[in-house]
Ligand binder design. Structure first.
Ligand code: C2E
Ligand code: CA
Ligand code: CA
Length: 790
């Protein structure tokens, strides 16, 4: 139950209780007060009842006296003749005929009774009453006939020697009593009772309903039996509480007593005051209603701030510190609210700090990987096109080792500053663990992406000044686009990484993701899975492409070109798996197999006689592998061969990618006696001056310059000048990709040492090569002869 509801219920219940107690007390006090008041009123009513009876007596006496003042009537009375009296009576006005007329004569005997009930000559039953009239001028009393009570008043008429009494009789009827009752404020009931000698008192006439007569009789009888009968008594009448009293109003000579009984029902009396009580009840009800409304507002004003505090605490518990408590009361609750606000501020700043630490790289202030992934997910959800450009600083570990970690860290900070200066607007930079960074460009075209890459590469080519030293760094950049290259953050970053691998092999040092060259394509991955297995099962073999010595016109050697006899796909050419093997880390195994196979083959051919050379292709990863030269040494040690007959070909671009890493291996290999050849020369940017420092003995001009040599003036110039320069360095030169006689002739003319190409022969299986070799070299070639292979 809500706190507010509780308070409301409590207050309303309290108020109702207080109201009920007050009302009960008021009711009781009022009742007892009213009872006392009613008892007093009963005294008054009681007196009035008796007074009314007495007034009627007086009235009757007055009437009798008035009659006696009428001489004609008096005469009729004296006549004592019934007929005369009746006639005289009939002549009187109506008011005199409503009551019974009684005439008593000498010896107190009845002369006349208008009701004709008492017989003439009969002794009047209460002679005392007559005597009293004689002495006081009138007298009043009661008479009973057939159980009915009547009031009677006598007035004496003094004749010369006799006295006649004129009596007026009026029966006490219910109407009579009702008439008296109307003048009494209390809702009383009046009764007239008689007690005949030796008999219990009984009600003669009463305003009480007939059904209550008997129990009321009992009440009065009990009252009469009690000693203090004149005091009003509270008693019960059936199920009603009543206050009753009884008074003797007359006693007849025969001991018959007449009583005036009076009572009222307390409930009836109080019911007179019911409107007052109802009014009090209404006031109480209105009071409760007002109190309820008041309680609602009080409870609300008390609980609202508490609820506000409660909600704030719940918010804090759920980690929401941003919404402050809006309580400005100058009391404890207000102060509590302000304290909570202070707490929230401190929690918020701490949580901001923690959040910053969790989402940023502290050294550079750039977003970290978690933040980057979150931000990319937001953009992906919003279908916002973007490009992720992954940047890697080459040889950073060497820089770190050379300069020390402190300067290395400073370099990273300067690098990130320079990167920031290149990026504008909504574009975004993050640092990944280590030396990788990511630039995210929004709504960028491929051209813009390339421009940014170019600008970044150019900017980073400028040296960094670290503690007075000028440090040169090289970076690679790989880009992947949303939505073209991936639908989620991880895929996009992986694709950018694939593009970065591509960039490492590319002279521009930048590459955008290309799904065709992605080694992680499912079919590529499955091919890779089979490569090691294929090596073990002997699925790889060499084809040998002859190499012609232009000076002698003889086949001086061959290049071993690897093939994979795939169980499902048949013969696969190296273009499809070499790069893949390089990226997946399998190239080492492949190269060692190749070298071992080439050495074995050389051993076999040397045994047959002849100084044939075999060129084997190496990968840049091989020569960067520190153990490579020692592994080759082991292979060489196992063979009886002249290592100078093994030519190791490394492409120019590979050699240039990480020359410092490769140099040591190249020197070792050269020292072992192998001949080193720079392959695919011309497509890289290496200067002859640099090549001169390398332990190479031969340069192989890339076939893209050779094939079109005679048709393309540029190629012509390049090939000519290359041959000239190579010779000037004391090195030999081979032109590969010779496809026709004219090219051969031209190359011979300009002094090229060796040629290779489809024009001589396509790569051949071992047996075919051996046949070709024997056939060709058996021809008599003299130095200087034109070589004509057709
Ligand atoms: P490469 O070293 O430049 O080898 C010469 C490639 O040119 C060979 O392709 C050969 O078939 C082709 N070729 C020869 N003469 C001509 C010609 O007159 N015209 C044209 N258009 N092409 C000609 P292949 O055998 O498919 O080898 C492709 C590349 O694979 C090689 O290029 C080499 O870089 C790599 N490779 C081959 N074998 C190995 C190996 O055992 N190890 C490594 N690491 N790489 C290898
Ligand atoms: Ca080659
Ligand atoms: Ca080549």
């Amino acid at each position: 139950m809500r706190f507010q509801t509780k308070i409301q219920i409590l207050f309303v219940a309290l108020f109702i209780t207080v109201q009920a107690i007050t009302l009960t007390a008021v009711n009781r006090t009022t009742k007892s007060h009213l009872k006392q008041q009613n008892e007093r009123s009963l005294e008054v009513a009681r007196a009035y009842f008796q007074l009314s009876l007495k007034q009627q007596h007086d009235e009757l006496a007055d009437k009798a006296a008035t009659l006696l003042r009428n001489p004609a009537f008096t005469k009729a009375v004296i006549s004592a003749d019934r007929n005369i009296i009746t006639r005289a009576l009939n002549n009187l006005p109506d008011e005199f005929q409503s009551d019974r007329l009684l005439v008593v004569g000498s010896h107190k005997k009845i002369i006349y009774d208008s009701a004709d009930s008492l017989k003439k000559g009969q002794q009047f039953f209460d002679p005392g009453l007559l005597s009293e009239a004689n002495s006081t001028g009138f007298s009043s009393g009661f008479m009973f006939e057939s159980g009915e009570a009547s009031l009677i008043s006598f007035v004496p008429v003094q004749l010369t020697d006799l006295v006649i009494w004129l009596g007026m009789v009026r029966q006490v009827t219910e109407a009579n009593l009702e008439a008296i009752k109307t003048n009494i404020a209390l809702p009383v009931n009046l009764s007239l009772l008689t007690r005949l000698p030796e008999k219990p008192s009984a009600i003669n006439v009463s305003t009480t309903p007939a059904s209550l007569i008997d129990p009321l009789t009992l009440v009065f009888q009990n009252l009469l039996r009690s000693t203090v009968s004149s005091t009003p008594v509270t008693t019960r009448l059936i199920d009603e509480e009543i206050v009753a009293s009884i008074d003797k109003v007359a006693e007849l000579p025969d001991n018959t007593a007449v009583f005036a009984g009076i009572y009222f029902s307390i409930d009836d009396a109080l019911s007179v005051d019911q409107p007052l009580f109802n009014f009090l009840l209404l006031i109480a009800f209105v009071g409760v209603a007002i109190a309820s409304i008041g309680c609602f507002y009080v409870a609300r004003s008390v609980t609202t701030p508490i609820r506000t505090l409660d909600e704030s605490v719940t918010r804090i518990a759920s980690g929401n510190y941003h919404q402050r408590v809006q309580l400005y009361q100058p009391n404890e609750i207000g102060r509590l609210g302000q304290a909570l606000n202070l707490m929230m501020e401190s929690l918020e700043s701490r949580s901001k700090e923690t959040e910053y630490r969790l989402t940023h790289d502290l050294a550079t202030g750039l977003a970290n990987r978690e933040f980057l992934e979150k931000q990319l997910t937001i953009w992906i959800d919003a279908k916002q096109q973007f490009s992720t450009m992954l940047i890697d600083i080459a040889h950073f570990s060497e820089i770190n080792n050379t300069l020390g970690h402190e300067k290395g860290d400073q370099l990273i900070i300067d690098f990130s500053k320079r990167l920031k200066s290149l990026i504008k607007g909504r574009d975004f930079i993050a640092r990944l663990p280590g030396k990788s960074f990511v630039i995210v460009l929004l709504d960028t075209s491929i051209n813009e992406m390339e421009t940014v890459a170019h600008q970044t590469l150019t900017a980073m080519d400028m040296p960094f000044e670290v503690s007075g030293d000028n440090v040169h760094i090289a970076i690679y950049m790989g880009a992947a686009n949303y939505p073209a290259d991936g639908q989620n953050t991880r895929t996009l970053l992986r694709k950018a990484e694939t593009a970065l691998d591509e960039a490492r092999l590319h002279p521009l040092r930048y590459a955008a993701y290309d799904k065709h060259s992605d080694p992680y394509k499912p079919e590529m991955l499955s091919l890779m899975g089979k490569l090691r297995e294929g090596l073990k099962k002997g699925e790889f073999f060499f084809e040998y492409q002859p190499k012609l010595d232009l000076t002698t016109g003889l086949v001086s050697g061959c290049e071993a070109l690897i093939r994979w006899n795939h169980p499902d796909r048949g013969k696969i050419y190296p273009d499809e798996f070499i790069e893949l093997a390089e990226r997946s880390g399998n190239i080492g195994e492949l190269t060692l197999w190749g070298l071992s196979e080439a050495m074995r083959q050389l051993e076999e051919w040397q045994a047959l006689g002849g100084g044939i050379t075999i060129a084997v292709n190496l990968s840049v990863r091989d020569i960067q592998y520190r153990q490579f030269s020692s592994r080759v040494k082991e292979l060489l040690a196992a063979r009886e061969i002249d290592p100078s007959h093994i030519h190791l070909e490394i492409t120019e671009t590979e050699m240039m990618a990480k020359p410092e890493l490769s140099l040591n291996t190249l020197q070792n290999l050269s020292a072992m006696g192998f001949k080193l050849v720079i392959d695919d020369y011309g497509i890289g940017y290496s200067s002859m001056a640099y090549i001169k420092q390398l332990p190479v003995s031969e340069i192989k001009i890339d076939r893209s310059f050779v094939t079109q040599l005679l048709d393309n003036q540029d190629d012509h110039v390049i090939v000519n000048s290359t041959i000239e320069m190579v010779h000037s360095l004391g090195l030999e030169v081979t032109a590969e990709g010779v496809e026709d006689q004219n090219t051969l002739d031209h190359l011979k003319k300009i002094g090229c040492d060796y040629i290779q190409g489809y024009f001589i022969s396509r790569p051949l299986k071992k047996k075919d090569f051996e046949d070709f070799l024997h056939q060709h070299n058996a021809l008599d070639h003299r130095p200087g002869d034109d070589i004509n292979l057709c």
